[in-house]
Write a protein that binds this ligand. Structure first.
Ligand code: GRF
Length: 219
């Protein structure tokens, strides 16, 4: 099976992007990262991508009069690059329902909480305020509603009594960097499929068995 041509959309530092680029350096990895798009010119991830030899471009909202126009330009760039799959990795911009529908089941996102808990921003502060003892991250197929869609994989980390939003964010980020490459590989290889708005995984790898991902040392 040919490697799926994959684009990553970012807005900032791009540490998840870097984790995906590193995984995709293995020629046996089922996705090949060929394009990075940022909606912010100043995103540090752009330079990181270029340093790795990946085409990295900016499409800023300033140049467009509407969300639809921005998303049309983005869609055109992705199609011109012959992209099969799109990964959102800290892309801080809402996508229009039309764009989401056009890329249905080929568009995935990482969110720093165990969805459906804590959608939206400031998830680590929300987890601390709710007093949960487990927190984590989710990779899911994207649907029109923010932070919704069939869940591909999740990783849990403990919440420690001394945690601040920053220390908890660091622990979750370590988990994100392991989870996202695993989830992309499941989708790109065709092992993970959407059936009735739930994800079915053929031959799930050991890492996907829930308890393996719940560990104080995780990340
Ligand atoms: C990550 O926590 C991701 O889950 C969230 O935004 C953050 C992006 O970080 N959507 P990075 O740019 O990948 O370092």
């Amino acid at each position: 099976m040919p490697r799926r041509r994959t684009a990553i959309l970012i807005s900032g530092r791009g540490s998840n992007m870097t984790a995906l680029l590193e995984a995709a350096r293995d020629p046996d990895y089922p996705a090949e990262i060929v394009l990075v798009v940022s909606n912010r010119e100043s995103a540090p991830g752009l330079e990181r991508a270029r340093a790795a030899g990946i085409e990295a471009v900016t499409i800023t909202s300033k140049s467009f009069s509407s969300r639809e126009a921005f998303d049309t330009a983005l869609d055109t760039k992705l199609r011109d690059a012959d992209i099969d799959m799109v990964c959102l990795a800290g892309f801080m911009r809402l996508l229009t329902p039309g764009f989401v529908a056009a890329w249905r089941d080929r568009l995935i996102n990482i969110h720093p909480s165990l969805l459906p808990l804590f959608p939206g921003l400031d998830t680590h502060a929300a987890a601390l305020s709710a007093g949960v003892r487990l927190h984590g991250c989710t990779v899911h197929f994207v649907r029109a509603e923010v932070d919704s869609g069939p869940i591909i994989a999740q990783a849990a980390v403990p919440v420690l009594f001394a945690d601040t939003p920053d220390t908890l964010a660091d622990r979750v980020l370590g988990a994100e960097h392991r989870l996202y490459p695993l989830a992309l590989s499941l989708v790109a290889s065709g092992q993970a499929r959407v059936v009735d708005e739930h994800v079915v995984v053929d031959d799930p790898p050991d890492e996907l068995v829930g308890t393996a991902l719940i560990s104080p040392s995780f990340g």
